[in-house]
Design a protein around this ligand. Structure first.
Ligand SMILES: [Zn+2]
Length: 96
C-alpha cells in the first residue's frame, strides 16, 4: 500500500482497504507478470474500466489515467512508464 502513496494510480483517489484493488498494469491475460514492477494499486472503478486493456490502449482511451499513472505509479517498470508517456502525448496530440 505504502509504495503508491495509498492512491489509485489511475484517478488519484485516496484508497482504503475496502476500495483498493491490485491491478496488473500489463494484464495477466495478455502475458503480464506477477512481479512488483507490474503491480499497482487501483480503485475498483478504474480497475473495472481498464479490465483487460493493454496499458497503451487504456491510456490512449483515458489520457487522464495515464497522467495520474505517470505521477503516482512509483514502483512500476520504467518501460511501462515510457509506454504511458507515449500513449498520453499521442492521445493529447490527436485531441488537439
Ligand atoms: Zn481510480
Amino acid at each position: 500500500m505504502r509504495d503508491c502513496g495509498r492512491r489509485c494510480v489511475y484517478c488519484g483517489t485516496a484508497l482504503d482497504f475496502e476500495n483498493a484493488t491490485l491491478d496488473h498494469v500489463h494484464p495477466l491475460a495478455k502475458g503480464g507478470t506477477h512481479y512488483p514492477g507490474n503491480l499497482v494499486l487501483a480503485c475498483v472503478r478504474c480497475n473495472r474500466l481498464k479490465s483487460d486493456l493493454l496499458p497503451h490502449e487504456f491510456f490512449a482511451r483515458f489520457p487522464w489515467a495515464g497522467m495520474n499513472f505517470i505521477h503516482y505509479a512509483r514502483t512500476v517498470h520504467r518501460a511501462l512508464k515510457r509506454c504511458a508517456r507515449r500513449a498520453v502525448s499521442l492521445a493529447y496530440a490527436e485531441a488537439a
